[in-house]
Design a protein around this ligand. Structure first.
Ligand code: NAD
Length: 297
């Protein structure tokens, strides 16, 4: 029998992911509070639902791609939520980046209904969501993971199980800590070069192939030197992820002193109206405190 799939959350990421599920030949029901997003995905062949309850009542596998923990909890467990209609034996896969503690809470509530859950956040951003080459980091039972892997492979080129429920989001938090700290390190180092009178572009060329080089440096150093902070991945979203990292770190007894420092840089930028800039705008924080631009003086 054909598996019926439901997807709730058709934003920057959810929309292209829905289209890739359809392209793979699956039958897909969708829901979003934004009617225009639903219409666009319906035009590509999805069946629009009137709410989450309809998705719960109709689907074998239910996916979400929502902003953060409160939205996933509301959609799944809130009044009028999917939990009211979801069928025993169904599987829930949350692909949003949320707090791993929230993933565990949601999984526990669904377990009582006979529903298994995977947390499966992604990295790669909109271009890879469009290409179907996202990287999935997954938490949950091995058996459920193996059964759902082919579905995730319609949207991603790498699908790795990292452990039990919550492990996917813990991995994503580790990823976001490394990325934020790396952008801050690149910004700090390039400002040092600028102030000391060495062209940051030449510093980039000289060091990118050595130990200091990184995917983050290759992607973000050119943006920083051009002063191009078009998102990409927004400062506001990175604040959400570092909030989840700090909360998780505190709850498991893992202090995160560097994450806390970069978080305050991001908070400064948001207070200064830069929340919608790309996270490479961490460089702007250094530009403000030193009164100098990187690569553009
Ligand atoms: P987005 O804000 O573009 O999309 C979220 C969608 O959820 C919107 O369409 C919104 O209308 C919908 N929504 C919100 N509340 C809802 C509700 N109660 N019921 C139904 N729909 C609701 O966000 P996005 O960029 O697509 O990101 C989604 C998740 O993926 C986030 O957790 C984000 O951190 C993560 N992520 C994003 C990127 C990126 O580059 N954008 C990369 C990797 C991971």
């Amino acid at each position: 029998m054909e598996m019926k799939i439901g997807l709730i959350g058709l934003g920057i990421m959810g929309k292209p992911m829905a289209k890739n599920i359809l392209k793979a030949g699956h039958s897909l029901m969708v829901y979003d509070i934004n009617r225009a997003a639903m219409d666009e995905v319906a035009a590509a062949g999805a069946q629009p639902a009137k709410d989450g309850r309809e998705i719960g009542a109709s689907c074998d596998v239910i996916l979400t791609m929502l902003p953060n923990s409160p939205q996933v909890k509301e959609v799944m467990l809130g009044e009028g939520g999917v939990i009211e209609t979801i069928r025993e034996g169904a599987v829930f896969i949350d692909m949003s980046s949320i707090n791993p503690l929230a993933s565990k809470e949601i999984a526990e509530a669904l377990e009582k209904k006979g529903v298994k859950m995977l947390d499966a956040p992604v990295s790669g951003g909109e271009p890879k969501a469009i290409d179907g080459t996202l990287s999935f980091m997954v938490g949950g039972d091995a058996e459920v993971f193996e059964a759902c892997k082919p579905l995730l492979e319609t949207m991603g080129s790498s699908v790795v199980r990292c452990g039990g429920i919550g492990a996917g989001n813990t991995t994503k938090l580790a990823n976001q800590v490394v990325v934020a700290l790396n952008i801050a390190a690149v910004s700090e180092a390039f400002m040092l070069a600028e102030k000391a009178g060495v062209d940051p572009q030449l510093v980039f060329e000289a060091i990118r192939g050595g130990l200091a080089g990184s995917t983050v440096m290759n992607a973000k150093a050119p943006m920083i030197m051009e002063g191009n902070f078009m998102p990409g991945f927004k400062i506001d979203l990175h604040i959400k992820d570092l909030n989840n990292a700090l909360e998780t770190g505190h709850s498991v007894g893992s202090p995160l002193p560097l994450t806390a420092a970069v978080m305050e840089m991001l908070q400064t930028l948001r207070a200064d109206g830069c929340g919608q800039d790309d996270h490479s705008a961490i460089a702007k924080y250094y530009e403000k405190i030193s009164g100098t631009r990187i690569g553009r003086e």
